[in-house]
Design a protein around this ligand. Structure first.
Ligand code: PLP
Length: 408
């Protein structure tokens, strides 16, 4: 597995240093203002003619948000970064900025559900066509690229099956089609575990709500990459208005300072938990790229410097049996989301895919007894002990069901 770039721990803490304020604060001040004063019409002219580097109005920029953007650009190795009020604001604004009527998008399957729905259903209203290709099938992806294709959207690792994209392979396809841009949602990996821009992607998106913020206390999204492309996205952000609040930007800066520490810990804990789950009789299958049983283990070992903090697994029980198991968790909290310091657990059939029928869920590969666990930074032993207790009850209930069925 490639080592994580060594300077990232330093960049987490130091990149995007605050502009010194009047009180010599070490931390980045929260610039809580919606507008910025001009001392004279000459200053206004200097601003609009690009002779000064200053803010004008809150929808176009904020110094606290800018400090966070500089930190994120440094972490991903991008020329620039643009922050948004949520991950979905980053996804939708970026795609609107890159696409117009008549264009075509190729999207790999197993992408975040709302991204898929935006590309496949919403963009269709604006005359943008989309093709969905199976994750991990480069030949199918290349076959879908047409003269009108402008963007390939992929995600790595994906939710819930943690499929890992061959970003270099996708970038090699893109090279044959100069008008195509590759956009990678790297939320599950973070800049610590995966380097999409270095592997040939044009733009990277993160839901900063997850690992970057890291404390389940903010919503944010970011796009990083080539400065020219990011500036096109930034211009549209100024029109669509999905800007990040400076208070959330402050929390994000604070969260990122411990990103490398948290992610390294979550990588270690998740691998240990995945190994524990794989050996447990109540578990039918575990999906974690750090396990040799995962279809992308080899690719992940070559291209990532850690396998991440999310594990999915299928229990040998029913929808209700799985729900009872989750209800019995004492440490893991039942909640959507991932990437924070608290371990969260969820049953996709009763969370993100609740409104679908069992048949519809089966059609898109969501098993009724599938569980997604996002490890936090608690002690690994405590996380395993919680699961061990819960899984013992699943085994007993399953034995009882089998026994009752044999008697009836
Ligand atoms: N991308 C991925 C991979 C996600 O998991 C999510 C949210 O769950 C998003 C994007 C959207 O992010 P947000 O909830 O911050 O809008």
């Amino acid at each position: 597995m490639p080592a994580a770039p060594r300077d990232l721990s330093t960049a987490c803490v130091r990149a995007g240093q605050p502009r010194q304020d009047a009180y010599d604060a070490v931390t980045t001040p929260i610039s809580c203002t919606s507008t910025y004063a001009f001392g004279s019409s000459a200053e206004l002219r200097d601003h609009f003619e690009g002779r000064t580097n200053r803010e004008e109005y809150g929808r176009y920029g904020n110094p606290t948000v800018r400090a966070a953007e500089e930190k994120l650009a440094a972490l991903d190795g991008g020329g620039d970064a643009c922050l948004f009020a949520s991950g979905m604001a980053a996804v939708t604004t970026t795609l609107f900025a890159l696409l117009k009527k008549g264009d075509h998008v190729v999207l790999t399957s197993d992408c975040y559900r709302r991204t898929r729905s935006f590309v496949q259903n919403f963009l269709a209203r604006y005359g943008v066509e989309a093709s969905l290709v199976p994750a991990g099938d480069l030949a199918a992806l290349e076959a879908e690229v047409r003269p009108e294709t402008r963007v390939i959207v992929t995600e790595s690792p994906t939710n819930p099956y943690l499929r890992v994209a061959d970003i270099e392979g996708i970038a090699a396809i893109k090279k044959k089609f100069p008008k195509v841009k590759v956009l990678v949602d790297s939320t599950f990996a973070t800049p610590i575990n995966q380097r999409p821009l270095e592997q040939g992607a044009d733009l990277v998106i993160h839901s900063a709500t997850k690992y970057l913020g890291g404390h389940n206390d903010l919503l944010a999204g970011v796009v990083t990459g080539d400065a020219g492309l990011v500036s096109v996205v930034r211009d549209l952000r100024g029109v669509l208005g999905g800007v990040l609040d400076p208070h959330a930007a402050y929390l994000l800066i604070r969260g990122i300072k411990t990103l490398a520490l948290r992610v390294e810990r979550q990588n270690r804990t998740a691998l240990a938990v995945a190994q524990f789950l794989e050996a447990h009789p109540a578990v039918e299958r575990v999906f974690y790229p750090g396990l040799p049983s995962h279809p992308d283990h080899e690719l992940a070992s070559k291209t990532m410097s850690g396998f991440g903090g999310v594990i999915s697994f299928v229990l040998r029980t029913s929808l209700e049996g799985t729900a009872r198991a989750l209800d019995a968790c004492q440490l893991a909290t039942v909640a959507p989301s991932l990437g924070g310091v608290e371990t969260l657990i969820e049953q996709p059939a009763l969370m993100s895919f609740y409104e679908l029928t069992p048949q519809e869920r089966a059609a898109i590969g969501i098993r009724e007894s599938l569980v997604r666990l996002a490890v936090g930074i608690e002690d690994e032993k405590d996380i395993v002990a919680d699961l061990e207790r819960v899984l013992a009850t699943v085994s007993q209930a399953t034995k009882k069901e089998v026994f009752d069925a044999a008697l009836s």
